[in-house]
Design a protein around this ligand. Structure first.
Ligand code: ATP
Ligand code: MG
Length: 404
């Protein structure tokens, strides 16, 4: 195979436009210095974050393609949260502060979880993520929502005051919709109600009432250490909640509302309708008004078209191409991605209707044979072209023949 056949790595490598780590470290230092000026009651140690919303978005841009609106909303919410944390830790009162809990919705596989995961890297405050589906109303089967708060404490090695300023991310929250909506059942409703209290202002026991061992440890004397406070609690007033879900079927409720109120259904794609979701739509979908009311910041992620999927492969630093490159490199095989091959993969993936997850589905199907056969040969490289994507079997056979 001639090397002119291949596109140089640099051509199709990731486009890195990240924020300068030095700048970020400096920002952290500046923040630490600013905090020193505040009253000594403050304990801002460990909260190094002085980025502006634009910086946060820039960081997200490195990993997540499109979803500009969601990136902006998240960037603002995170920065506001940090400013609030900083103020309260510096001993300043923030009367009438209302948390800006965020609801992220949109079709499957378009980057909702990915956005939060990427943001989590930047976060200096404790952060936990869980799937709403793992909780049950009673906490006997599955988890108890209060465990989320206790997880935050565990993250920071038991420092309750740090955990009180953390962020809780709850995924798959649409599965908590009550019955009659394609959602779960009454138990989902019970979880919503338990979450309500946490989302606003609740005191959660630091040791779970169901945790017999923990309860015993809490009261047992520890040699050489001060006695633990019995019945210690953590307050959730300053914990930011971010929830997300695909909300499949919500558009039907939006359409119905628009029809009933005599409004025109906006033209465009079905998924674009999600942007016009109102509180009443979520309620008819199966959510408690109090639950949805505590999520004032709402933003919809957009579906990804073939061009976006091409960018996901080409430009995202988390591109799955790197994963394939590593897998082949482990056997000394270099994969080169040709632009026409990637375009083809993107097009096929778009028809899967599973967002960027479709890319993996297509790549697996196309490269399966190569992954199986090539490690046992002396072939040390190949190019993923449009022809290869369209007929991987023939391309593999030709490659093996040549490699003999
Ligand atoms: N906009 C995007 N930019 C870059 N990569 C993306 C994007 N969207 C999705 N991906 C990739 O696809 C994978 C799946 O995306 P993600 O987990 O964010 O989906 P989701 O929107 O949370 O879907 P679901 O509603 O099914 O949970 C991610 O791990 C990421 O690698
Ligand atoms: Mg997800």
């Amino acid at each position: 195979m001639s090397s002119s056949n291949l596109v140089a790595d640099s051509d199709l490598g990731p486009v890195t436009r990240g924020i300068d780590p030095v700048k970020m470290a400096r920002a952290g230092r500046r923040h630490a210095m600013a905090a020193e000026v505040g009253p000594k009651t403050a304990a801002p140690e460990g909260f190094h974050f002085d980025l502006k919303p634009r910086d946060v978005k820039e960081h997200l841009d490195r990993f997540v393609i499109q979803q500009d609106e969601a990136k902006k909303v998240l960037s603002v919410a995170l920065c506001d949260h940090f400013q609030h944390v900083r103020m309260t830790l510096a001993g300043k009162k923030a009367p009438f502060y209302t948390k800006q809990n965020v609801l992220l919705l949109g079709p499957t596989g378009v980057g909702k979880t990915h956005l939060i995961r990427s943001a989590a890297e930047l976060i200096g405050v404790p952060f936990v993520k869980a799937d709403a589906t793992k909780f049950s109303e009673t906490g006997y089967v599955g988890g108890d929502v209060e465990d989320l708060v206790r997880d935050l404490i565990r993250r920071v090695g038991g420092d309750v005051s740090k955990a009180e300023h953390g962020i809780i991310y709850l995924d798959e929250v649409d599965k908590l919709a009550g019955s009659g909506s394609g959602g779960r059942d009454v138990s989902g409703k019970g979880v919503q109600i338990n979450l309500l209290k946490l989302m606003e202002d609740a005191d959660v026991p630091v040791v779970s009432p169901n945790d017999i061992m923990g309860q015993m440890q809490a009261v047992m004397p520890r040699p050489g250490q001060p006695p633990r406070e019995g019945g210690a609690t953590i307050n959730t007033r300053h914990i930011l909640f971010i929830v997300s879900g695909a909300f499949a079927g919500l558009t039907a409720h939006i359409r119905m509302r628009l029809a009933l109120t005599g409004k025109d259904v906006p033209a465009g794609r079905e998924e674009d309708l999600l942007e016009s979701a109102m509180t009443s739509d979520f309620i008819s979908y199966g959510f408690e008004p109090e639950f949805i009311g505590r999520l004032p910041v709402r933003v919809a992620c957009q579906p990804l078209g073939a061009d976006d999927l091409y960018d996901v492969m080409r430009r995202s630093e988390s591109s799955l191409l790197r994963q394939y490159e590593r897998a082949f490199a482990a056997y000394g095989i270099a994969v080169k991605w040709r632009a026409d091959g990637l375009r083809r993969i993107a097009k096929l993936a778009a028809t899967e209707g599973t967002g960027a997850r479709g890319l993996m589905t297509v790549c697996e199907r196309v490269l399966r044979g190569f992954k199986f056969e090539l490690p046992s040969t002396r072939i040390d490289g190949f190019a993923v072209t449009r022809e290869l994507v369209d007929d991987p079997k023939a391309a593999l056979a030709a490659l093996l023949k040549k490699g003999k």
